[in-house]
Structures are given as structure tokens and as C-alpha cells.
Design a protein around this ligand. Structure first.
Ligand code: GLP
Length: 239
């Protein structure tokens, strides 16, 4: 595992630069990206970071990490809509292709099966980028998710539902679909992002406490390609 602690003010540029460098080194990268509030300042800076390096993203594939159930297509809190608006649209017509969960057209299990089939055709994921839930979830792998948890429909924990209200989904969705812990841990690389004092305690437990399904982010420590990218406020809980 590598741990990088960066000042809050330079964290978004730093992570955007790392992502742009990563794409520059592998132009057909298959990268799974989170939503939530943590990565948004990174996405704001990514187009210019790519441009500064002269990197084309037409051969990149962006894979959605998770999706809420019960929100109509185009709802501003939908993960696919956030990725589209905050990143893909800004990368223009020569942007990456994207794969998400067809939660409108199919039943949740069917959407997960179709998503997995598409991932299978791609040969798996090169890089999974994750935010960190207040309860230690990654994607929507809530506490209790084992390391081999498949891509599936899940019931959302109360704190995840609360967070969804903050993203503009009120009433909050009760369920979602998520890339499973199994596929996350099978990716070649995993980057865990966390910023702000509100994440300090859970990040400390995830990195320094027991490795347990009760705190899914702790399971990432078993991954040889784990990179933890945090700002100094979130790092306050690390020992
Ligand atoms: C949300 C999402 C995750 C996200 C995490 C952290 O509920 N399901 O994909 O990474 O919680 O969210 P935030 O970055 O807003 O703290």
C-alpha cells in the first residue's frame, strides 16, 4: 500500500495530475470512477490536466462504480448523471466511452448481470477509484460486505441515505446497485480517496484497525496495488 497525504488546497490538482499521468501511460485504460462529493474537484480539474499533457481519452473506458435505484434517468443525484455532467460532457465528443448500470431498462439483478457481462468483455478493470463512505463503505458495499461480494443490488445504510439527500435525492433512495468487493479487489490497482475532517475517524479505522467485512474499506489493505490519496484533514486519524 502507498499512502500520500497532500495539503487540502493542492489535493484536487494532485489527484487530477495522477489520473492524467495514469491515462497517459495506458491510453486504453479501463477505469472505474466514483461519484459522491469527494472526487468532484478532481473531475473539475481533470480536463485541463489531460490537455496540459496532450493526452487523448478516446480509447479510455469509464466504468460506473454504483447507482441509486428508484431515481429517474437524468435525476441530478443519479451517479451516471453526475459522471456525465461533471466529467464526461466536459471531455467532449472525443471523450471516453462509458459503462453503467441500466437501472431504468432492466430489473436490478438484470442490470447487474448486464454490467458484469460488459466488464467481462473488457477483460476486467485496470484501476478502481473509490470514495470512502462515512460508515466505511466503498461503492455501495455497506458494512457486512465480504471480500468476494458480487456486483449486486443492496439496501442502503442510514448514513448512505442521509448522504444521498445531500446529493439532491430527497426522499433518499433505499437501495442501489454496486460493483462488488470481489471485482474491486480483482482490479489491477485501487485508489482510495478521502478528504476532510469528517472522514478522519473512519479512515483511521480502515487503515489502522482490524481488516474486517464490518468495515469494507479495511478489506482494501489486502490489495497489493492500493494507493491511498488523502488530504491532511482526513489523514488526522491515521497513526
Ligand atoms: C456514497 C457513494 C460512494 C461514495 C461515498 C463517499 O454513498 N455510494 O460511491 O464514494 O459514499 O461519498 P462522499 O464523497 O460524498 O463523502
Amino acid at each position: 500500500m502507498t499512502l500520500e497525504i497532500v495539503s487540502t488546497s493542492s489535493w484536487p490538482d494532485h489527484v487530477a495530475g495522477l489520473l492524467a499521468d495514469r491515462v497517459a501511460g495506458e491510453l486504453d485504460l479501463v477505469v472505474c470512477l466514483p461519484t459522491g462529493s469527494t472526487p468532484l474537484p478532481v473531475y473539475d480539474r481533470l480536463p485541463s490536466a489531460l490537455q496540459a499533457r496532450g493526452v487523448a481519452v478516446a480509447d479510455v473506458t469509464v466504468v460506473a462504480l454504483d447507482e441509486f435505484l428508484g431515481l429517474p434517468a437524468g435525476h441530478p443525484a443519479r451517479c451516471d448523471e453526475i459522471l456525465r455532467r461533471r466529467l464526461l460532457q466536459r471531455l467532449g465528443p472525443a471523450g471516453p466511452r462509458s459503462i453503467g448500470f441500466d437501472v431504468g431498462g432492466l430489473d436490478p439483478d438484470g442490470a447487474c448481470a448486464a454490467f458484469d457481462r460488459e466488464l467481462g468483455h473488457l477483460g476486467g478493470i485496470d484501476l478502481v477509484v473509490l470514495g470512502l463512505g462515512r460508515n466505511g463503505h466503498v461503492g455501495m458495499n455497506e458494512p457486512g460486505s465480504p471480500p468476494d461480494a458480487p456486483t449486486r443490488a443492496v439496501a442502503l445504510a442510514p448514513s448512505t441515505r442521509e448522504a444521498a439527500i445531500g446529493y439532491g435525492a430527497d426522499p433518499a433512495p433505499t437501495h442501489g446497485v454496486t460493483l462488488g468487493m470481489g471485482a474491486i479487489l480483482a482490479a489491477r490497482e485501487v485508489w482510495l480517496l478521502a478528504t476532510g475532517a469528517a472522514k478522519a475517524e473512519v479512515l483511521g479505522r480502515a487503515m489502522n484497525g482490524p481488516v474486517t467485512s464490518r468495515l469494507p474499506a479495511s478489506l482494501l489493505r489486502g490489495h497489493p496495488g492500493l494507493r491511498v490519496l488523502v488530504d491532511d484533514a482526513a489523514a488526522a486519524g491515521l497513526s
